[in-house]
Design a protein around this ligand. Sequence first.
Ligand code: L34
Length: 290
Amino acid sequence: MPAVLIDGKAIGLKIREGAKARTAVLRERGIVPCLAVVLAGEDPASLSYVSAKERALAEAGMESRDIRLPASTTEAELLALIAELNRDEKVHGILVQLPLPAHIAEDRVITAIDPAKDVDGFHPVSVGNMVLGRPGFLPCTPFGVLTLLRELHIPLAGAHAVVVGRSNIVGKPLANLLTRKDVNATVTICHTGTKDLARFTREADILIAAAGKPALIKPDMIKKGAAVIDVGVNRVPDSTAKKGYRLCGDVDPAAVEQAGYITPVPGGVGPMTIAMLLQNVVQAAERRTI
Ligand code: L34
């Protein structure tokens, strides 16, 4: 039997409805949750993600402050902008879309964001709170993956989760979240230094592909019936496609015959990232009022 396709769009919409309802309560009190969305440069994928985020915010009754900067923006200019947004009482959250132009040090920019407005959960204070199990903002993609698994009631306690990829945005935080006491998975982290990747992935009850490599995970690398979460959103050039490219996950589509559950690309993890962002922005706005 082929895998059950996980509908990230539908589950994401449900989360977004919840964020919308919480926004309505805040609006009655005269508070409009507002996210500053900073995009430096014109990377086409970033542009499309950022506009999807802004559309979702508007649909939930939130505001976005769209800040588009040229790729030539200096690090000092960007840091000055962040300082201004930190001081702005109307702005509850700050998102600087990554990647930044190569001449800007991402970690200096992220560290400049007030942790109270760090709705991406990338600031070292947010990362520290997450690792220590203290309250704080969780990064949207890992939080989205965890939410998908929970919504589908996929057993996590005692399960073996294998995370392929160790990025700061996905692999590292997700591996950490899955080992939390209230999740209780056993986690293996694989990365570019892993010898014989398939030996590990085949042991996974839950396999999370977050390597950024198109079709890295082949059907014979998956245990029959495993839950496969594909975090990859790779744009592969395709002259027969209208846009000149097609989206390809980190998992080979033929894996659908082997997995028990699988997230499609598009329509799997991507929409969840946006939904969790909305949830974090409402949370930031609510916190400010307590
Ligand atoms: N600061 N930078 C910051 N925060 C983030 O959370 C992100 N990320 C990643 C890149 N840089 C970031 C995103 O927003 C990746 N990402 C993201 C968000 C949404 C989608 C994909 C990646 C998404 O909606 N994907 C759609 C397909 C979109 C398309 O057609 O290109 C999907 O269904 O998967």
